[in-house]
Design a protein around this ligand. Structure first.
Ligand SMILES: [Fe+2]
Length: 272
């Protein structure tokens, strides 16, 4: 059984600063503690972008120091809040694939996991996979043959009918066309939207995790009455994804590492 963890939207800031009023390094430390204590048997962890809040060198140094405590191998990629040149200067050019982006291929336990860097900082929040990355993705999928493939990237791949639909992956239709050509695409997992969503887009199954930062209350287009302005943002739950996958099935558990409700007494589950 393949097991891996996805963390997203870490938003680390330099020491002494807050990100939208939140101490994001403490939240990252809580996530790392949770993974080390609860999921030490996982194969690896993917950090799916927005590692830094504003892409500063001090933020990447702080991020790196925090993740040292993680007992599992880790793969990093970038989101719209990251700054690729600063990231590569800090972590080293070998974190980039031949496309120049922070893309990775992980072949493990009969699966291929592809991590894609959809960061396009000039775009005001939306995501982009460059032509070279789409060609690279097609080649990596072709190599995978009939093996199950799971993709992780920062940006969500379709509109969610919510207020943040203007910052999705821009070339999503072409991306989905390439991905759907693979015979066993299991899941596309993203962060970015700070909310938990699952669905399909052009036949491609996807989900998003709320991530480590604040969560956003969805203002659905279909909801009657005036939309709230500003939209509500909540301090939690602090959510990561646990992916379990074998030859037949892939499941994604969204687990909360900050908002932990009280465990109910066992007596409520004993039949009289
Ligand atoms: Fe983002």
């Amino acid at each position: 059984m393949l097991k891996f963890i996805v963390l997203a939207d870490i938003h680390i800031v330099p020491a002494g600063r807050l990100s939208n009023g939140l101490e994001t390094t403490s939240r990252l430390n809580a996530a790392i503690d949770f993974v080390n204590e609860t999921h030490a048997d996982a194969d690896f962890v993917v950090f799916a972008g927005d590692l830094a809040d504003r892409g500063e060198p001090e933020a990447y140094a702080r991020f790196e120091a925090a993740v040292e405590r993680l007992t599992l191998p880790r793969y990093l990629t970038l989101g719209n809040h990251d700054h690729r040149p600063t990231f590569l200067q800090h972590f080293g050019a070998d974190h980039a694939s031949e496309t120049g982006n922070v893309d990775h291929v992980i072949d493990i336990k009969g699966h291929r996991v592809i991590v894609l860097d959809s960061s396009d900082p000039a775009a005001g929040g939306s995501g982009l996979l460059e032509r070279t990355q789409l060609d690279w993705l097609q080649a990596r999928l072709d190599e995978a043959g009939d093996r199950p493939v799971i993709i992780v990237l920062h940006h969500n791949i379709t509109r969610f009918h919510t207020q943040n639909d203007f910052i999705i992956l821009r070339d999503c239709a072409e991306f989905a066309g390439i991905v759907a050509s693979h015979p066993d695409i299991r899941q596309v997992i993203s962060g970015h939207v700070h909310m938990t969503v699952a669905g399909t887009y052009k036949g491609v199954p996807f989900c998003t995790l709320a991530g480590c930062h604040y969560s956003i209350e969805p203002t659905l287009e279909s909801r009657s009455g005036p939309l709230p302005a500003p939209v509500a943002r909540r301090e939690g739950p602090g959510e990561l994804a646990v992916v379990l996958s074998d030859a037949d099935a892939t499941v994604v558990h969204m687990e909360k590492f900050l908002d932990r409700h009280v465990v109910m007494p066992q007596e409520h589950f004993v039949r009289a």
